[in-house]
Design a protein around this ligand. Structure first.
Ligand code: MSP
Length: 493
C-alpha cells in the first residue's frame, strides 16, 4: 500500500497493571497515528497495540492469583483495553499473543526456520533470570546477579532449540552501517552498533521445556517444548497484519511497519533479534525503531519490580486527561529520561495550560463578548508577523513529528500562544475601545481568533477533547463561551 503508516507499541506484559510508563509509549503512538490520519486519511493508518500473555512471569502471576493462566490473561489484558479507552487512545488493533491468529503465525515462522536449518536442537547451559525470563552471559551476570533486576540468576542445563543468530551478525552490522536512520535516537543506534562490535552473538535459545514452563506456544516440530516468550512476542508485529502462504512467503497489506515505538529497556530485542528473525524469514525490515527514555521516580526507573509505579487513572482524575497527555509529551524530549512528579505536572498545568493557553482563550472570548456582542469580527486582519507564524505552524509541527519530536512540536504551538498573549498586552485593546478605534479592534480580535483556531487544529492530535472544546467555543460566526478550560490548581502550602 503506498503512503500508509503502520505503527506499533510494545505488547505489554499482563502480569501487572499498566502504569504511566506504558501509557507514555501508547499515548505517543496515539498522537502519531492521529497526525498521520490527518495527513494520509483514516484508512491508511494502522495503529497496533496489545498484550504479551505467555511466559513464566504470567504463569506465576496466574498461580498466585489462583486462576488458570487463560482466565488470568483474559482478565488482566482487559485492564489495558480499558485504560486505553480512558486515555483516548485510538488504536486500530489490539493483539493478544493467546489469539489463534498469532499462534498460527508463530508456528508457521518456527516451522520455516526449522526446515531451513536456522532453528536446531542443542543443549543449553546458562545463567537464567526467572523474573526477567532472560539468559545472561557470565560476563553480564556479575556476582551471580541479573544485570536488570539484580536478583540471583540460576544455572540451567537442558535440551532446547536454538535460533542461529550468530550466522547473521555480519549481515546485521552491514545493514546498520548502511541504514543509520533505522534506529533512533542516534544514541541508541550507536549503542546497538557498539554492542555488535564488542560481542559475538550467541545463538538464541528459543524454547523452554514444558516441564519448566507450560504456558506458551508449542513448537510445531517438538511439542514437548514451548516457544521462548520474546520470540513469540516479537512476531505480533507481523501476525497482526498478515500470514505466511503455502510457499512460506509472508503476505501483508501493511508490513513493513513504519515505526516500532518502545523504551530503551527492550532496544536489543528490537534491533538485534527482531531484524535477524525477519531476515531469516525473508521478510522486509521495519523502517524505523525508536526507543524513548524512561520515566523515573526519584532517579529510579518506574517499574512494578521496584514498587514505585504511578497509576495513570489517578493522574487523569486529578489533572484531567489532556493535561496528563500534554505533560508526558511536553515535559521531556522524546528519547531522554524524565523525572515524574505531580509537582512537575502542576507546574506545566498552571503555566502552559492555565496561564498561557487557557488565558488566551478566556480573554479572547471575553473581549468578543464585550466589544462585539459575541460575534467574531468577519475581517481579514492586515498583515502582522503573527500571521506568518500561523501559516508556518502546520509545517513546523509536521517536521517535528516526522522525527518523533513531540516536545518540539508543542513548543511551536506555545510559542504562538505566547506571541498572541504578548500581543494583547502590547496592544492594550481597552484603549482601542475607549478611543473607539473599531477597525483596529476588529483586526486585533480577529487575529487572536485566528491564532486560537490554528492552535486548536494542531492540538487535536495531542489533546483531542481540549481541541474539540476550543473549536466548539469558536465555531461559526459567534462564540459560545464555556467554562475556563484549565482553571488554576491552587497548591496548599
Ligand atoms: N512484553 C514486552 C514487550 C514485547 S514487544 C514485542 C515488555 N513488556 S512491558 O510490559 O515490560 O513493557 C515495556 C515497555 O513499557 C517499555 O519498552 C516502554 O514502552 C513501557 N515502559 C515501561 N516502563 C516504563 C518507564 N518507566 N518509562 C517509560 N516507558 C516505560 O517489555
Amino acid at each position: 500500500m503506498p503512503d500508509k503508516f503502520y505503527i506499533t507499541t510494545p505488547i505489554y506484559y499482563v502480569n501487572a497493571s499498566p502504569h504511566i510508563g506504558h501509557s507514555y509509549t501508547t499515548i505517543a503512538a496515539d498522537v502519531l497515528s492521529r497526525f498521520k490520519r490527518k495527513a494520509l486519511g483514516q484508512e491508511r493508518v494502522y495503529f497496533l497495540t496489545g498484550t504479551d500473555e505467555h511466559g513464566q512471569k504470567i504463569q506465576k502471576a496466574a498461580e498466585a492469583a489462583g486462576l488458570l493462566a487463560q482466565e488470568f490473561v483474559d482478565r488482566t489484558s482487559q485492564q489495558f483495553v480499558q485504560l486505553w479507552r480512558s486515555l483516548n487512545v485510538s488504536y486500530d488493533d489490539f493483539i493478544r499473543t493467546t489469539q489463534p491468529r498469532h499462534i498460527k503465525v508463530v508456528q508457521q515462522a518456527l516451522e520455516i526456520l526449522y526446515r531451513q536449518g536456522d532453528v536446531y536442537e542443542g543443549k543449553y547451559e546458562g545463567l537464567y533470570c526467572t523474573p526477567c525470563e532472560t539468559f545472561w552471559l557470565e560476563s553480564q551476570a556479575l556476582g551471580g546477579l541479573c544485570p536488570d533486576c539484580k536478583r540471583p540468576v540460576e544455572r540451567i542445563v537442558e535440551t532446547n532449540y536454538f535460533f542461529k543468530l550468530s550466522n547473521y551478525q555480519d549481515w546485521l552490522m552491514g545493514y546498520l552501517n548502511q541504514h543509520p536512520d533505522f534506529i533512533k535516537p542516534a544514541s541508541r543506534y550507536e549503542e546497538t552498533l557498539k554492542f555488535l562490535e564488542l560481542n559475538k552473538l550467541n545463538d538464541l535459545c528459543i524454547s523452554r521445556p514444558k516441564e519448566r514452563l507450560s504456558w506458551g506456544i508449542p513448537l510445531p516440530f517438538a511439542p514437548a517444548h514451548v516457544t521462548y516468550v520474546w520470540f513469540d512476542a516479537l512476531i505480533n508485529y507481523i501476525s497482526a497484519v498478515g500470514e505466511f502462504d503455502a510457499q512460506g512467503k509472508y503476505r501483508s497489506d501493511w508490513w513493513p511497519a513504519d515505526l516500532h515505538l518502545m523504551a530503551k529497556d527492550i532496544l536489543r530485542q528490537h534491533t538485534v533479534y527482531w531484524p535477524i528473525m525477519l531476515k531469516a524469514l525473508q521478510i522486509e525490515l521495519p523502517k524505523k525503531v525508536f526507543a524513548h527514555g524512561w520515566w523515573m521516580i526519584n532517579e529510579d526507573k518506574m517499574s512494578k519490580s521496584r514498587g514505585n509505579v504511578v497509576n495513570p487513572l489517578e493522574m487523569i482524575e486529578r489533572f484531567g486527561l489532556d493535561a496528563y497527555r500534554y505533560f508526558l509529551l511536553r515535559d521531556v524530549p522524546f528519547g531522554l529520561d524524565g523525572n515524574f512528579s505531580q509537582a512537575g505536572i502542576i507546574k506545566r498545568y498552571n503555566g502552559d495550560l492555565a496561564n498561557d493557553l487557557g488565558n488566551l482563550i478566556y480573554r479572547t472570548l471575553t473581549m468578543v463578548e464585550k466589544y462585539f456582542q459575541g460575534n467574531i469580527p468577519a475581517v481579514t486582519p492586515g498583515s502582522h508577523p503573527i500571521q506568518d507564524k500561523i501559516k508556518k505552524l502546520p509545517a513546523g509541527v509536521a517536521v517535528a513529528l516526522d522525527e518523533q519530536n513531540f516536545s518540539q512540536a508543542l513548543e511551536f504551538l506555545w510559542e504562538l500562544i505566547g506571541l498572541a498573549n504578548k500581543h494583547v498586552e502590547e496592544t492594550k485593546p481597552w484603549n482601542l475601545a475607549k478611543e473607539n478605534k473599531q477597525d483596529e479592534l476588529k483586526n486585533f480580535i480577529r487575529l487572536l481568533v485566528d491564532v486560537i483556531r490554528a492552535v486548536a487544529d494542531q492540538l487535536e492530535i495531542f489533546m483531542p477533547d481540549t481541541a474539540r472544546a476550543i473549536k466548539d467555543q469558536f465555531e461559526g460566526s459567534s462564540i459560545k463561551k464555556g467554562n475556563p478550560l484549565f482553571p488554576r490548581i491552587e497548591i496548599e502550602k
